[in-house]
Write a protein that binds this ligand. Structure first.
Ligand code: UDP
Length: 407
């Protein structure tokens, strides 16, 4: 099992010592996380790695997942889309179903806790049934809520207002709420199967297995098949590049239980990629961490052309692997990519095509940007920093009136 000290060579012993000091200051607290899927998507990815590290720091941690039927996840995906700016109408019957599934799930949760962190809208309503079971209820929003649909946000705002605090990934997502709001950036785990170093033999073995030849530069986007990830825009950009410069595009994606829209978007992608032998579309299982790692390492340029993005862990993962990344200039991607420095931000398929060609013709610059990107991630977006933020948040919530605290 990976221990806290295994991170010291990557982030420095000082960072590990600080985590231990904070954990000692907090004491052995009970901490429950609740989300809506154990695999698929960034939230599951983060929790899978954060829970064991928090346990090693002496916390008693539980990770609960709410269950729902197809209708429930269609409603909550509509809420997700509405928070990201789509116009969505949720009927009273849909809202009742959302409440009812939360009520049913609440019956299964009999624990008592010091802190509960509820991730995103799906389980947000649980607080109505479980409030006495925990001292501190905090809502964590991972979504790009910069321009939410007002009607849907109004519904959620009433629910979220019952929490004692909320956490967003960046200031642009903060909302009008009657409680303190905190900013915590997501993070990746450099020692996970998704991000650990791989040998060239390991990388090649995966490419052989997936049938990807390295006869041309590889452009990659890894994403759930979701319209906000704009896979069709990536294909348009690729077709523009290909007219002038030989390269191939790999679109790797999987499904998440809480995202029922995947098959429809996947069909659109297949249609857009028709008759183009240099596009490979891979439908990967949710636990294909090793494969994603190898694909990212084998690629020359990595794209994340989202039109809304809570954070974009795929961007962080690619940067950590020393890759030049081109990302949509939205949401959390903007926190990660700085033009000519740690990557490129783009606003359209044309802009994306321009930057792909620019980098394909300047491999030395792509390497330099990749190096800077990796250092940027080391300092800002590794899991040790996020654990520090969680511990600090808990200490702050337990001492809301303290003006000066020695941590
Ligand atoms: N991911 C994966 N396989 C896929 C698609 C995505 O393992 O087919 C992972 C990806 O590597 C990243 C996470 O799922 O760790 C997606 O997080 P991100 O923040 O990029 O987007 P989200 O899906 O949460 O909107």
């Amino acid at each position: 099992m990976i221990g806290l000290n295994d991170y010291a060579p990557i982030v420095g012993q000082e960072v590990i010592d600080q985590l231990q000091r904070l954990a000692a200051c907090l004491g052995p607290r009970r901490f429950v996380h609740i989300n809506s899927t154990r695999t698929g998507g960034g939230v599951a990815e983060i929790l899978e790695r954060a829970v064991p590290l928090l346990e090693q720091l002496g916390l008693d941690v539980k990770w609960e997942v709410i269950q729902g039927d197809q209708e429930f996840f269609e409603i909550t995906k509509a809420m997700h889309n509405a928070l990201q700016g789509y116009k969505v109408d949720l009927s009273p019957a849909m809202l009742d179903h959302y409440r009812e599934i939360n009520r049913e799930n609440a019956r299964k949760f009999t624990w008592e806790s010091d802190f509960v962190l509820v991730h995103d809208p799906q389980p947000a309503y649980l607080i109505n049934f479980l409030r006495p079971q925990a001292k501190h209820w905090i809502w964590r929003c991972h979504i790009d809520a910069s321009r939410p649909d007002r009607g849907v946000w109004k519904f959620l705002q009433e629910i979220v207002s019952q929490y004692e605090a909320s956490v967003f990934s960046m200031s642009q997502f903060a909302q009008n709420l009657p409680h303190p709001q905190y900013l915590i950036r997501p993070s990746i785990d450099p020692l996970s199967e998704k991000n650990r170093d791989l040998s060239t033999v390991e990388v090649q073995e995966v490419l052989d297995r997936l049938g990807i030849e390295r006869d041309k530069p590889i452009i990659l986007q890894v994403s759930r098949f979701d319209s906000f990830k704009d896979p069709v825009g990536v294909i348009q950009a690729f077709r523009m590049v290909r007219r002038h410069t030989p390269c191939k595009l790999v679109l790797a994606g999987g499904e998440a239980i809480d995202d029922p829209e995947g098959p429809r978007i996947f069909a659109e992608v297949m249609e857009a990629a028709k008759n183009e032998p240099d596009i490979q579309i891979l439908l990967l299982p949710p636990d294909a961490h090793h494969e994603v790692n190898a694909l990212q390492r084998a690629s020359d340029i990595i794209v994340q052309k989202s039109t809304r993005e809570g954070f974009g862990l795929t961007v962080t993962e690619a940067m950590w692997k020393g890759k030049a990344v081109i990302g949509g200039a939205v949401g959390g991607i903007v926190l990660q990519l700085r033009d000519y420095n740690t990557g490129f931000l783009v606003h359209s398929p044309e802009g994306c095509a321009f930057r792909i060609r620019y980098l394909l013709h300047r491999p030395e610059m792509a390497r330099r940007m990749g190096k800077m990107a990796q250092e940027f991630v080391r300092h800002h977006f590794l899991i040790t920093r996020k654990i520090r933020d969680y511990l600090t948040l808990m200490i702050l919530r337990e001492n809301p009136t303290e003006r000066i605290m020695e941590l």
